[in-house]
Every structure is written in structure tokens, then in C-alpha cells.
Write a protein that binds this ligand. Structure first.
Ligand SMILES: [Fe+2]
Length: 469
């Protein structure tokens, strides 16, 4: 039995709620306490304490800045100017960990999606009145993923990361990650996701790849943490504990393409616009505990927090779930003040946020129109992503959800489902694993070697490369 067939046979049902502990609960076994001593061995304690104190001081300033400026801190660029973005603007995108790219598409993908959902027996979350649909192969989604402007935006965003000359990470070649769609109705309160960070939970401390990525944070030098090292990120494993609906690819940015006019209070995304600071705090938080209880004066003061290398407390972490944050678990982030709503978007605007960025979804949709998006993250070509792409392509051809997603009813018999024949452009077909990558050209020798390897993975009957999963 092939790896793909095995995977399909063992797929579980579920929906977007399956990955959140807030919907299903989750605890951490006590033996995980050992991770803390592995990461902060004897002799490193003082450096970590000093780093924590510098981080708390920085978060104090970050909070003041976010309170003063709110959503205006979120960088925005015009798609039409994407070839000529100033370096300081790109640096700001990196620092905030997010961007709105205006005017990426102009076709009415929203009407296409709504028609597909109306015409078929779709399921989604929540079950009674779905707002996020278990739908992957509608013409709107397949068309948007292959749209030249979407792919160009992904290439630009991928290039905000870096990879060395010999690295087998191709930031010039976007590959598709086929995710769901949301049509959130006015008045909805069910699709409210609290602050969380995708891409691993206890894995952030446990997995050796993440440990390499976050080594400066664990060494007491959080200011040196580089969130844009694509090679280290490709080596991290975000799923050591059999999570449902966990992202199994190396994703640079999460993202959605807006299908509606949506602003603050209308069921939109909320973000924490200071990437390095938030990540450093999430990573260091388990190593400290408070002496005074919450809600008493001095609770947040640095002197109230002492080193904790003994307990199995990893606030917000759970096995097989995404990491979740709250004012109780992560008090210095001041989430009550610092989760700002996404800028007002129009149909065709593409919102991207860093793969580890803290985000949430507004608890209530108080607008008058539906708040609708196609979830389209950005991924570079890597061997891991090529392996995923092969399985995802096979799912596409069968009308099944992609490898990371619950089995559900599938779309094989849905009216109007898009197929490979609907994707015309070479770049869009490559992004779906339908055509070979151009191995004769590449920015570096590592990239050329990777494209050859990816073609082998995608198009050889026997690849010699075990397909994960
Ligand atoms: Fe998320």
C-alpha cells in the first residue's frame, strides 16, 4: 500500500475546531519538565534571567506603541508596486510579521465560492451553522491558488526569508498549500478563535529542529533571534504528537485572500504586531513563574517572576494542539490591549502573517455583510514540501481534502468542482505539482539540485524518498 493510501485510510474526521484545546481541552504530562533543564543547563540561568528582564522592558514599550497606533502598525503595500518595495518597508514587514498586499486579484471569487457552497452538501465548523467550510477544490480556491498575482505575492513574501547558497530551499518557487474557506455571516459568534500561534505546541521546546531555530532565545539572547531563517524552519517538526489538522509543510506565511469588505468588529483577524518579541516571550514564559498572584499590584513587575526549571508548566501548550495564549497564561503580552484588528480589507486584498505569529479571530461579527476569505498560506519549495505536494496533488485528483485535513465527505461528487484541467498557467500547474520545476535554472546550485530532487519526488514511479505520513 502506498504512503498516500495508508494516510488516506487512517484519516480522521473533524473540522477547524479539532486543533484548538479551547474547544476540546488538553493537559501536559509531568515528565515534560525535563525539557526545561535540557534547554537551560546549569550555568546558563543568569543569562536567561537577564534576557527575560530585557524582554519584559521591551514588551512594556511595545505595549505603549500598540496602544497608541493600533492597526496603523500593520504594514500595507500595493500589489502594483511589488517589484519596487523599499528595503525599509520590507524590514518593517519582517519586524511586524505581517502585511496587507492591496489589489492582488480583481475577479469576483466571492460569488464563485458562495455559489459552490450553495450548490453542494458542504460541512464545516461549527456543525450546526458552518462558517468555515470543509471545502478545498472550489473553482474560486483552485483559481486563486494558481493566479499569477497570488503566486507573485507569495514569491515576494517568501523572499523576505533567507536561505544560504547551498541550501535546498527555493524561495523563488511558491508551492500551493490547499486550505479551507470561510464565509462568516453577520451576527456569528461561533467562529471565535482566541489568541494562538500555529505550527507546533510543546514541539517548540521538544523538537531538535525548533531548538536550533530558537537557540538564541534559549541562550539568553532573544534580540538575536532570526524568524526568517528558512533553512532552520524547514528542519523543524511541528507535529510530534499526532495532531489533527496540523500544518505538515514548511510554511513561511499564513494568509488569506479577502473576498469581502471587512474591517474591525466585522469578524476579522486580530494580530499581535511585534513578531520577535511575541515569539521570545512565548518561548521564555515556561521558564518563569510568578510569586504574587494575578490582580495584585506588582504582579507584572520583573522582580515578581522567578526561574522555574522544575515544573512541567508550559503555559498554553498541549499535546497535539496548537499553542494558545490568554491574559492569564501570557500576561506580559497584554493581549487585552495588543491584539489589534486587521486593517479594513476589500475583495482581492491578500493578508499575510508570519507562520509563528500570534493571531485570533474576533469573537463577534457585527458587520452587515459576510466576512469571507480563502485561506492561502505561502510555502517555498523544499523536499518536505515536495513530498507533501505529491500527496496533495493525488488528493486533488480524487476530490479529497489534502493530507493535513480531516477526511470529511470529500468533494468528489460535488457540482462544479475544479480539476487539474482548469489550471492553465505553467507556474500555477507547478505550484500544484502538476508540471516539473525548471531545474535548468536556479538562483543557486542548491536550488537547482532541489528542483531536480523535487521533480523526482513528484514524477517518478518509485522515488526512493519515503513519503512522510
Ligand atoms: Fe491560526
Amino acid at each position: 500500500m502506498s504512503a498516500t493510501a495508508t494516510h488516506t485510510a487512517t484519516k480522521r474526521t473533524g473540522d477547524i475546531g479539532s486543533v484548538f484545546a479551547q474547544f476540546s481541552g488538553g493537559t501536559l504530562p509531568p515528565h515534560f519538565a525535563r525539557l526545561k533543564r535540557e534547554l537551560v543547563p546549569p550555568g546558563r540561568e543568569e543569562a536567561v534571567i537577564a534576557s527575560w528582564h530585557r524582554l519584559l522592558a521591551r514588551l512594556h514599550d511595545v505595549t505603549a506603541e500598540i496602544e497608541a497606533k493600533g492597526s496603523d502598525l500593520i504594514p500595507e503595500v500595493q500589489f502594483a508596486e511589488l517589484d519596487d518595495i523599499a528595503p525599509e518597508v520590507e524590514d518593517e514587514v519582517r519586524a511586524r510579521g505581517m502585511v496587507v498586499v492591496r489589489g492582488v486579484t480583481d475577479t469576483d471569487l466571492g460569488a464563485q465560492l458562495r455559489s459552490y457552497v450553495r450548490s453542494n452538501p458542504v460541512t464545516g465548523f461549527p456543525k450546526e451553522n458552518p462558517q468555515v467550510f470543509e471545502v478545498y477544490w472550489s473553482p474560486a480556491q483552485v483559481g486563486a491558488r494558481a493566479h499569477s498575482h497570488v503566486l507573485k505575492t507569495q514569491r515576494w513574501a517568501n523572499r523576505l526569508f533567507h536561505a544560504g547558497d547551498g541550501a535546498e530551499v527555493d524561495l523563488d518557487t511558491p508551492v500551493s498549500y490547499c486550505d479551507r474557506a470561510r464565509i462568516r455571516q453577520p451576527g456569528d459568534t461561533s467562529f471565535a478563535l482566541g489568541p494562538h500561534a500555529d505550527g507546533g505546541s510543546i514541539e517548540l521546546w521538544e523538537d531538535k529542529g525548533y531548538r536550533a531555530l530558537y537557540r538564541s532565545i534559549f541562550a539568553g539572547e532573544w534580540e538575536k533571534y532570526d524568524a526568517y531563517d528558512a533553512v532552520l524552519r524547514d528542519g523543524a517538526n511541528s507535529n510530534l504528537h499526532d495532531a489533527v489538522a496540523h500544518c505538515g509543510v514548511t510554511r513561511t506565511w499564513q494568509g488569506w485572500l479577502s473576498l469581502s469588505h471587512t474591517g474591525a468588529g466585522e469578524g476579522t483577524l486580530q494580530v499581535y504586531p511585534a513578531l520577535r518579541e511575541a515569539t521570545a516571550y512565548i518561548l521564555l514564559r515556561p521558564f518563569f513563574r510568578a510569586l504574587l498572584p494575578p490582580h495584585v499590584p506588582g504582579y507584572l513587575a520583573p522582580e515578581n517572576w522567578v526561574l522555574d526549571l522544575e515544573s512541567a508548566s508550559f503555559p498554553g501548550a498541549a499535546l497535539g494542539k496548537t499553542i494558545e495564549l490568554s491574559p492569564e497564561t501570557h500576561p506580559h503580552l497584554r493581549l487585552d490591549k495588543c491584539m489589534v484588528p486587521m486593517r479594513r480589507v476589500r475583495p482581492g486584498d491578500y493578508v499575510l502573517w508570519h507562520c509563528e505569529g500570534v493571531h485570533a479571530v474576533e469573537s463577534v461579527h457585527e458587520g452587515a455583510e459576510d466576512s469571507s476569505v480563502l485561506y492561502i498560506g505561502a510555502c517555498p519549495l523544499t523536499k518536505r514540501n515536495a513530498c507533501h505536494l505529491r500527496k496533495q496533488r493525488d488528493c486533488f485528483e480524487r476530490g479529497e481534502s489534502g493530507p493535513d485535513f480531516p477526511a470529511g465527505v470529500g468533494e468528489a461528487d460535488f457540482d462544479g468542482r475544479a480539476t487539474a484541467a482548469d489550471i492553465k498557467g505553467a507556474e500555477g500547474r507547478r505550484a500544484m505539482g502538476l508540471e516539473p520545476f525548471d531545474a535548468a535554472w536556479g538562483r543557486t546550485q542548491g536550488v537547482q539540485a532541489l528542483r531536480r530532487a523535487a521533480n523526482e519526488i513528484l514524477f517518478s514511479r518509485s522515488t526512493g524518498t519515503p513519503l512522510p505520513g
